[in-house]
Design a protein around this ligand. Structure first.
Ligand SMILES: C[S@@+](CC[C@H](N)C(=O)[O-])C[C@H]1O[C@@H](n2cnc3c(N)ncnc32)[C@H](O)[C@@H]1O
Length: 256
């Protein structure tokens, strides 16, 4: 199912203002985050609430009408490495609630009518200007064809912030996210232009070397990035692979 092409606005209330990059996505007055009652909440919930309330990026997210805190991470990575360029063709894997879509739409200046942005998620994503969004699993057999048709052939960039629902058991969560990374890389192999880029969420941990080898076989350069907005205590990090050369043959691809 396709939804929400070329219409805008997030559903979240937010305060007017501009963020560190100076871009406001929404200008309504609104949200003030205040602790109401801490009593009766579990300690873990109290910690989460306190962290949220004291997190400048959460405030910035609300103030600028960004759909997710992750949007700020993408901006920070792009500020540093400048991989989002005007009029690119971009596929965003795991796009809900739409923060990365907002940033790509803006930074790739898609409102000028050139370039394409396609997002996919298991969950519904509210529409984002100049983005075409599919609801479904990226492994669905017809998903690649639908995305190719929507993007008009090949993509300049595949970006993936996909994360599996967490279990709280760190090794399991790690393996699940790494599994998604492999799936995202398979998807990229099918749709990336030579010279294209692949940005993906990853976790620091044991299986990374296999994936890194797979990336190094395909791309000219692979960088590890920990954007400032990614919490220091989190094992989350991102891999930015640039200069796609194509998938290797099955014999020398350790992932197969
Ligand atoms: C951290 S969120 C993405 C946030 C997004 N980058 C943003 O800025 O709004 C991860 C998303 O990956 C999606 N996801 C996980 N596995 C998926 C799959 N197999 N196919 C499609 N989406 C998937 C989840 O539904 C979730 O919405």
């Amino acid at each position: 199912m396709t939804q929400g092409k070329k219409s805008g606005g997030s559903g979240n209330s937010s305060r007017a203002g501009k963020g560190s990059s100076g871009r406001s996505y929404r200008g309504k007055a609104g949200l003030t985050v205040q602790p109401k009652k801490m009593r009766g909440r579990k300690p873990s919930s109290q910690r989460w609430l306190t962290r949220q309330l004291n997190d400048p990026y959460v405030n910035e997210t609300h103030r600028r009408g960004l759909r997710s805190r992750a949007a700020i991470k993408l901006e920070q990575m792009d500020d540093k490495f400048g991989f989002l360029r005007p009029h690119m063709h971009v596929v965003d894997l795991g796009c809900a609630p739409g923060g990365w879509l907002q940033v790509v739409s803006d930074r790739c200046r898609l409102s000028q009518g050139k370039g394409k942005l396609v997002g996919i998620d298991l969950l519904e994503t509210e529409s984002v200007p100049d983005a075409e969004i599919f609801v479904g699993d990226i492994t669905e057999p017809d998903m690649l064809d639908k995305v190719s048709a929507a993007i008009g052939g090949k993509a300049d960039a595949v970006i993936s912030d996909m994360a599996a629902a967490t279990t709280g058991h760190r090794p399991t969560d790690h393996l699940r996210t790494m599994g998604l990374l492999e799936i995202a890389l398979d998807f990229a192999d099918e749709i990336l232009e030579p010279g294209g880029i692949f940005l993906t969420k990853a976790f620091r941990g044991g299986t990374d070397k296999v994936l890194l080898d797979a990336l190094n076989l395909r791309f000219d350069k692979v960088r590890h990035i920990k954007p400032e907005a990614s919490r220091a205590e989190s094992v989350e990090m991102y891999l930015l692979a640039t200069g796609y050369r194509g998938a290797p043959t099955a014999e020398n691809d350790e992932i197969d």
